[in-house]
Design a protein around this ligand. Sequence first.
Ligand SMILES: Nc1ncnc2c1ncn2[C@@H]1O[C@H](COP(=O)(O)OP(=O)(O)OP(=O)(O)O)[C@@H](O)[C@H]1O
Ligand SMILES: [Mg+2]
Length: 512
Amino acid sequence: MIGSAGAILSVRRICKTFGPVRVLHDVDFDLNAGAVHALVGENGAGKTTLARIIAGTHRDDGGGMTLNGQSYRPAGRTDAQRRGVRMVMQELNLFPTLTVAENIFLEDLPRRFGVINYRLLHRRAEELMAAIGLRDLAVDEPVGNLTVGSRQMVEIAAGLSQDCRLLILDEPTASLTDRETCLLFDQIRRLRARGVAMLYISHRMQEIKQIADTVTVLRDGRIISTHAIDTLTVEEIVNRMVGREISHAPAARTAAKGRVALRVENLCAGPRVQNISFDLHKGEVLGLAGLIGAGRTETVRAIFGADRLTSGRIYLGETAKHVRIRSPRDAIAHGIALIPEDRKEQGLFLPLGVDRNIAVPNLSRLSCAGIISPAAERTLARRHIDTGAIKCAAPDQPAETLSGGNQQKVVIAKWLARDCDVLIFDEPTRGIDVGAKFEIYAMMADLAARGKALIVVSSDLRELMAICDRIAVLSDGCLAATFSRNAFSEQTINAAAFSRHTATFRTQGAAG
Ligand SMILES: Nc1ncnc2c1ncn2[C@@H]1O[C@H](COP(=O)(O)OP(=O)(O)OP(=O)(O)O)[C@@H](O)[C@H]1O
Ligand SMILES: [Mg+2]
């Protein structure tokens, strides 16, 4: 008989291999009812793999589990759900052509005489979205039209929509801002009070300290330790994750601002980008802050030509003549790169190898008379795999089989291999582990020191305050305020972020 008293789920000696690579080694741990159990580890440590085995979407190849004292080996996701185990996935798994409401209640669409009862469906979806703070999202909107942050909220709502005994949340807050995270934590506390056991995977250490009762550290597929959360500091948790002591200080910004690299004037594109104007200088890191739905992603997509401008002008350098950017191809030709937040849809060719993914935007440099040089491709890939610390079994490992954080590193590497003057990063550290985050900050500081101009969109305000020279705050599609480094404060930036949203939204935010 495996399992220990009080545990709702006991995992014993679980192993998993993918091809020749062993990802989990004899993993043991327990989850208790009414407790939030954090699982932390570096990118590629095996967290998602373990979570998927529990949620029935991967099969273990050794070991055993018990759920409520009975043997448990789910045949698939539905089987796990029948036993009360659900998972909110790290990689968004929604159907882009279905609406928000349909995605949330996919497995349990309300019907009347065999026909879907849309009125009831929409009401239930609205209630659920309001509970987690997205009151202003139309539930009949196709999910494919939403930004990653909103999609993440829909995924969470779907996870919360059904009753369960054990809920796994795999990096649920990776692109949420403080306000949405607060509301999610209210829901988690409510579930905890109802006795639900939760496995909470995150790279955001402060959040783990805030919400978890227990923390387990996984390193290279092995359990390193399990502790009550109060008995470890964040530093001690991180040191256990990486197996060595790491420096936490991001490289100090020495703002040697150069000439103007990019100027946008009265940019308008759809309802979420209204009259945005700003200058970006060579050697400068400009942050874009704001709540989910404020228009951060839409603004950078408009600059990059991914969404059509309705009006406004973009100037490169200190010239009086504006440039026309009608497509990403135009933007790239003008030396502007956008490293997108949605690696699955826009950033990566999933079935292709890491090497091919890095090579694709650089084909012109790697080919001669239209023929790609395999040697040049390999050299380029090797260099970026090393400098970007991408964890892969071989350069040609398909991108879809990398861990989430390592996929993100490939997206960044593929754009850095190309030499652009203006680099726009949309949520660059989404899903990236603590150590690798500092590597990315250092890489950005280095680009700025080399005279590149950087725009960084991030839902993590503390991250922006650490790495930016200035922070522009968007609120409901408008530029609410811009702060220079000596005026950074969480309170004033958050106040600017809320400033233009509607009154209902404001009271909700204040409550959260
Ligand atoms: N289908 C697969 N085929 C081959 N290797 C895989 C597959 N799925 C995962 N892996 C490998 O298993 C290892 C663990 O991946 P996993 O996704 O569990 O990591 P993780 O701890 O969740 O990381 P992250 O923090 O980046 O999400 C990685 O090295 C990954 O490349
Ligand atoms: Mg993962």
